[in-house]
Design a protein around this ligand. Structure first.
Ligand code: BES
Ligand code: MN
Ligand code: ZN
Length: 484
């Protein structure tokens, strides 16, 4: 779906369907000219209660040539006082999803009622809702909206550019995550990174990772015949003297079978999404570089597969990380933190003083605690966490902070090594976070567990079933807020 902006009156804009966002408590009042041209039909529909303008509801009517748009889509925004950026985004998603099903090609959007909050949120929701994963199944009768034109007298150039890159980055991340693990191997993920423009990409192979001492990360890859790829991406803004980069680390287990501590087969097919953290980091960097944000960024994706096999890691194995700390692997299914421990250690060695943000589908307990509704956030820096919270408010990618009490240290104490990789069931969301904290040490660090939010089994207003691309918009907003 293309987007554009045009300074035109709604009634004069020729299109298949025009979206009129409506507040419950305003009704058709802001659209009296259009209502009159249609002999009061829209306001009658509302007066008789056929359409309430409740948030997310829509009503579709024909205009019989009385105005240029062939049809109108009344899009409910709910009560004005309860309006939030996220509710506007969801209304946009609902409206565009509905229009798509009706076969509308050329569509328009009136932003008359959207002046209190950024109207681009409605457009963002509309754009994000149109995503489909079609690489392996072509649907003959698939309908698609060709264009959405925002009717506005203002200059939308910068806003359109932002929206286009955000949608492209989200689509890119969702495609990576939805692609099955037979195709989305560590090598394929590295190739996707290598194709990014305006960034430098280095892929650290097994031999070099061994030399660097990343024994925890490499232990995860041992059972697979797919070679591990530790992907390092750097983006430097043009001209600017490069400051310390913000380091973004994404968990990139392209398939998590659990290894020798094998997962139950029920639902295991979903473990292709265990690289959603890496996809979020790639997506955010893709948009940040395309938009030429004035901040330095380093992305680290410790990619590999977690499979059982004759050479796989075994429970009880002890490995040494790049930091020198040793870890007893008591459960080979707690593999994400092993890969992340070395990535955090790598960040501290090669980007000293940098802030570190890791994004990971780390624990099943994350979705037990928060469902699909929020990212679990833990960290050692109030500053970083408040930056993430601000970005969360802007993007609707919710975060909820979890504690890292000192007592959790005991949960992951090992008799034989410095740490063990699992503290068992009790508190497993936060003990996973605590494990990472031991590697972050004094570096400012935030951990975002996206296990509950990276995938959805049911369609949401602007997130169709499957990979959600969570983290892309959150990280991008965080980076944008750093400067400018
Ligand atoms: N990738 C999983 C976490 C996960 C589970 C993500 C379900 C998304 C949906 C992770 O590697 C894992 O297996 N974690 C274990 C840790 C346990 C063995 C300590 C878990 O949470 O069960
Ligand atoms: Mn696992
Ligand atoms: Zn995993």
């Amino acid at each position: 779906m293309k987007i554009a902006a045009r300074d035109a009156r709604e009634a004069d804009f020729a299109c298949d369907a025009l979206i009129l966002p409506v507040f419950e408590d305003e009704g058709m009042n802001p659209y009296m000219d259009i209502d009159r041209a249609l002999d009061g039909l829209p306001s009658k529909i509302m007066a008789e209660g056929e359409f309430s303008a409740k948030q997310g509801r829509v009503f579709h009517l024909h205009t019989y040539g009385k105005i240029k748009p062939g049809r109108l889509l009344l899009a409910g925004l709910g009560k004005k006082a309860e309006s939030t950026r996220e509710r506007i985004r969801r209304s946009g998603g609902k409206a565009a999803s509905y229009l798509r099903e009706t076969g509308a090609k050329l569509t328009g959007l009136s932003i008359r009622t959207l002046s209190a909050l950024p109207p681009e949120d409605f457009v963002e929701g509309a754009m994000l809702s149109q995503y489909r994963f079609g690489a392996y199944k072509k649907r003959e009768d698939e309908k698609e909206i060709e264009s959405l034109t925002v009717l506005s007298g203002e200059d939308w150039k910068a806003r359109l550019r932002w929206l286009v890159e955000v949608e492209a980055a989200s689509r890119f991340a969702r495609d990576l995550v939805n692609t099955p693990a037979n195709d989305m191997t560590p090598t394929a993920l590295a190739e996707a990174a290598l194709k990014l423009r305006k960034v430098k990409v280095k892929v650290i192979e097994r031999r070099e990772a061994e030399k660097l001492g990343m024994g925890a990360y490499l232990s995860v890859a041992k059972g697979s015949s797919q070679p591990p790829k530790f992907i390092v991406i750097s983006y430097e803004p043009r001209g600017a003297a490069s400051g310390r980069p913000t380091v973004l680390i994404g968990k990139s287990i392209t398939f998590d079978s659990g290894g020798i501590s094998l997962k139950p087969s029920e639902g295991m097919e979903k473990m292709k999404y265990d690289m959603a953290g890496g996809a979020a980091v790639l997506g955010a960097i893709r948009a940040a570089s395309a938009l030429e944000l004035p901040v330095s960024i380093a992305g680290l994706l410790p990619a590999c597969e977690n499979l059982p096999g004759g050479s796989a890691s075994k429970p009880g194995d002890i490995v040494r990380t790049i930091t020198g700390k040793t870890v007893e692997i008591v459960n080979t299914d707690a593999e994400g933190r092993l890969a992340l421990a070395d990535a955090i250690g790598y960040a501290r060695r090669f980007f000293p003083g940098s802030a570190i943000i890791d994004v990971a589908t780390l624990t099943g307990a994350c979705s037990i605690a928060l469902g699909e509704e929020a990212i679990a956030m833990m960290g050692n820096s109030e500053d970083l966490m408040s930056g993430i919270r601000a970005a969360s408010g802007q993007t609707g990618e919710r975060v909820w902070q979890m504690p890292l009490y000192d007592e959790y240290k005991d949960y992951i104490d090992s008799e034989a090594a410095d740490l063990k990789n699992s503290g068992g069931r009790s508190g497993s969301l936060v003990t996973a976070g605590y494990f990472l904290k031991e590697f972050a040490d004094a570096a400012p660090w935030v951990h975002l567990d996206i296990a509950g939010t990276a995938w959805t089994d049911k369609d949401k207003p602007y997130l169709p079933k499957g990979a959600t691309g969570i983290g892309v918009r959150l990280l991008l907003a965080y980076l944008k807020n750093l400067k400018g």
